[in-house]
Write a protein that binds this ligand. Structure first.
Ligand SMILES: [Zn+2]
Ligand SMILES: [Zn+2]
Length: 346
């Protein structure tokens, strides 16, 4: 009879576990899954503790069921939005390239005389996803078409090499960046969110903003319920007070963080910027030298908001770099007439 060491036993258990759930063999996916489970558990603890100790809330639920129903609906919607955002694509450059090639092929088929690969609107290129053609040969044979589309967005004379990602070997449109966690180039890269386990980019920034909104509302409502409980029941049982006060302190810290995050991302949306562009402004070649108060990609607060809210994941919107003349226009100081005509809005 042989005695197995604890390490052998642990390896044996993990091997069996990985055989049953192959996705767990990847450490990155394992930690991402762990975070998701932790988030759900944390939400359940906060709501569970409240319904366990707060007898008044249970009484209120019996009297006014709509109040608790609304809270539960927000609770479920927040968690659903979290998973919806975590599973969404941030808009990878390679996917846009495939979509562009597909659009290009369809366009050539229908309009033999035209050479325009995708619809062009206000200098930006809109690429519609239609089909899932993929494969290395397909990508190689059509890389030239993509390079042409992308290089038209940079000032004439720009070198293809300086805008080619050395990891993906693909030409990056303006505002795209390679994410080392996802190992892919992302369109309108904002940041890689560890909490969601995905990048935030053109494809899911709106969903991310909605998620922060819902999480802030849920956090605020839960804090109010905790305060209400403590107001009515403080000093009835000291150990319940300790639990409730500790949870409320952690909740208040999360609420402040969420409110600041919501304000910050709302500002980014209204000015059409990304976190990466704001933080690394002086190090991004095409933003270097542009005055701080000039937002090069802004089309006015209303238009920025409309584009942000109505962006569809099936459409890749590639924005070209603004010309020197456009930047000069944007840098002009505001006059009384500009304020009256809402220059910042439209
Ligand atoms: Zn890349
Ligand atoms: Zn990423």
């Amino acid at each position: 009879m042989t005695m197995e060491s604890p390490i052998d036993l642990r390896n044996c258990i993990s091997d069996r576990c990985f055989r049953c759930f192959p996705c767990l063999s990847n450490p990155a996916r394992r930690s991402s899954l762990g975070l998701k489970v932790a988030l759900v558990v944390l939400h359940l603890i906060y709501a569970g503790v409240l319904f366990l100790f707060d007898k008044d809330l249970i009484e209120k639920t019996k009297r006014e069921p709509w109040y608790t129903t609304l809270y539960v609906l927000l609770f479920v919607a927040t968690l659903a939005q979290y998973f919806f955002t975590a599973c969404s694509s941030p808009g990878y450059v390679l996917d846009a390239m495939r979509a562009d090639n597909k659009t290009d092929a369809l366009f050539r088929k229908t309009l033999m005389t035209s050479k325009q690969p995708a619809s062009s609107k206000n200098g930006s290129v809109v690429i519609t996803v239609d089909g899932n053609q993929s494969g290395r040969n397909f990508l190689e044979s059509n890389a030239a078409s993509w390079t042409k589309v992308v290089m038209e967005m940079y000032p004439p004379g720009s070198s293809v090499r300086s805008w080619t990602c050395t990891y993906c070997n693909v030409v990056q449109p303006p505002r795209a960046k390679h994410c080392h966690d996802c190992d892919k180039c992302v369109l309108q890269f904002d940041h890689h969110c560890v909490w969601l386990g995905t990048c935030i980019g053109q494809g899911n920034h709106c969903r991310f903003w909605l998620y922060i909104c819902e999480e802030t509302a849920l956090c605020l409502w839960t804090s109010l319920l905790y305060i209400e409980y403590l107001n009515a029941n403080i000093s009835k049982a000291w150990w319940i007070d300790v639990i409730m006060i500790s949870l409320l302190v952690a909740l208040s810290i999360s609420l402040i963080f969420l409110l600041l995050l919501l304000l910050f991302h709302s500002y980014l949306v209204l000015t059409n910027q990304t976190t990466y562009e704001l933080v690394r402004r002086r190090r991004i070649p095409y933003l270097r030298g542009i005055p701080e108060r000039v937002y090069p990609f802004s089309k006015g607060a209303c238009r920025n908001l409309y584009n942000f809210c109505c962006a569809r994941t099936s459409i890749y919107n590639l924005e070209r770099l603004p010309t020197a003349l456009e930047l000069e226009e944007k840098a002009k100081p505001y006059t009384c007439l500009d304020v009256l005509s809402c220059r910042c809005c439209c």
